[in-house]
Design a protein around this ligand. Structure first.
Ligand code: NAD
Ligand code: UD1
Length: 331
């Protein structure tokens, strides 16, 4: 089976490509490298000893994307490509709407034209807004607080409408919680440019001395120790969820949370990181960050039951692998 992986050079996409190759899928990556590097392709080869076909194409360029569909006989698509920085999306909303929506509409229209009916889409727990209760189930009300999140919700709605119009489409929407960690080889991981927005990339940069101190955004949340609680999931557990989604016997339009179902506070994560890696992470308590919520963790029951999703990595593994990746990739 030949899988087109859009955004396959990125953080989650690259780990998923490794899993797909291990399971003997053929992989065609389409990525414009706006937030990733070509070296990722060499590292995928080093890990798997297998080749992928790569097209440096922007999904917003429909003609170029059509050429890929003409050349390759695609059976299914995993659609990771998109911009994902929340703060940037608030500053440049049109860039986010244009990139994330036009790319997806182009992709879906070509899938329709070339009769490729199976797609797995990267959505986010951000579509639950500020949930009324925890854990979060897939049928909770949806709302968003920033343009990035709104693009995810709009794409979910586009997919639902597409399915209504043509129920031969087989659509899986995966709502990721907080992916961290890296491939155990240290060859693949998350390497954001500039100042990271997310917690783990910031922690590792403080641990390696790149940044002096971690600001913990708020210690007066209604949580175990007052700091924000999230559902961190190892990127390798998350990536394997995509293989399970491809293999799922259930067809139609399906939505799954991909999380561990366990909440960890910022302070708990920092302490774990220090003890697992034997390093100090200097921190100070700072004001709350706008738009943050007290706590967010998944019910993953549906994914466990219907996909056979079984996250196997612990918070310790996530801390160790995140640090290992950055140590191996820092000069
Ligand atoms: P990433 O930025 O590492 O990967 C996305 C890839 O898509 C990059 O390689 C980028 O170059 C490519 N891309 C972006 N726009 C493109 C376009 N128009 N044409 C071709 N390629 C394009 O991000 P990631 O963390 O791997 O996330 C993958 C997907 O999962 C994204 O859609 C993201 O919104 C979603 N997601 C991520 C998280 C997270 O915490 N990382 C959480 C929830 C959902
Ligand atoms: C953020 C995004 C969300 C996106 C998710 C994964 C916001 C409001 N939400 O979620 O849309 O899907 O990333 O990419 O940006 N924290 C600190 N100090 C830091 C960084 C973070 O204390 O320097 C805290 C936060 O307040 C939060 C926790 O760490 O309590 C996790 O933050 P982060 O990694 O940014 O993820 P989310 O806020 O869950």
């Amino acid at each position: 089976m030949k899988i087109l992986v859009s955004g396959g050079c990125g953080y989650i996409g690259s780990h998923t490509v490794v899993d797909l190759l291990k399971e003997n899928y053929e992989v065609v990556i389409v990525d414009n490298l706006i937030n990733s590097k070509r070296e990722v392709l060499d590292n995928i080869k080093k890990i798997t000893n297998k080749e992928v076909t790569f097209y440096k194409v922007d999904l917003c360029d429909k003609e170029k994307l059509k050429e890929v569909f003409e050349k390759e006989s695609i059976d299914a698509v995993i659609h990771f490509a998109g911009l994902k920085a929340v703060g940037e999306s608030v500053e440049k909303p049109l860039m986010y709407y244009e990139n994330n929506l036009i790319s997806t509409i182009n992709l879906l229209d070509l899938m329709r034209e070339f009769n490729v009916k199976k797609i797995v889409f990267s959505s986010s727990a951000t579509v639950y807004g500020n949930p009324d209760s925890l854990p979060i189930y897939e049928d909770f009300p949806l709302s968003t607080t920033n343009p990035y999140g709104t693009t995810k919700l709009m794409i979910e709605n586009i997919l639902k409408d597409l399915y209504k119009s043509d129920n031969s489409f087989d659509i899986t929407i995966l709502r990721y919680f907080n992916p961290i960690g890296a491939h155990k080889s240290g060859l693949l991981g998350e390497d954001p440019n500039g100042i990271p927005n997310n917690l783990m990339p910031y922690i590792v940069r403080v641990a390696t001395g790149k940044f002096p101190i971690l600001n913990i955004f708020g210690d007066d949340y209604k949580t175990v120790d007052g700091t924000g609680v999230r559902d961190y999931i190892h990127v390798c557990d998350l990536s394997y969820g995509h293989v399970l989604a491809l293999k799922n016997k259930k067809t139609g339009l399906k939505i799954y949370n991909l999380g561990t179902g366990k909440g960890t506070s910022v302070l708990e994560l920092v302490k774990k990181f220090e003890s697992v890696n034997g390093v100090k992470v200097n921190y100070q308590i700072a004001p709350r960050r706008d738009g943050d919520i007290d706590a967010c963790y998944a019910s993953n029951e549906k994914a466990v039951k219907e996909l056979g999703f079984k996250p196997k990595y612990t918070i310790e593994d996530m801390c160790r692998d995140s640090y290992n990746f950055v140590k191996m990739n820092t000069n």
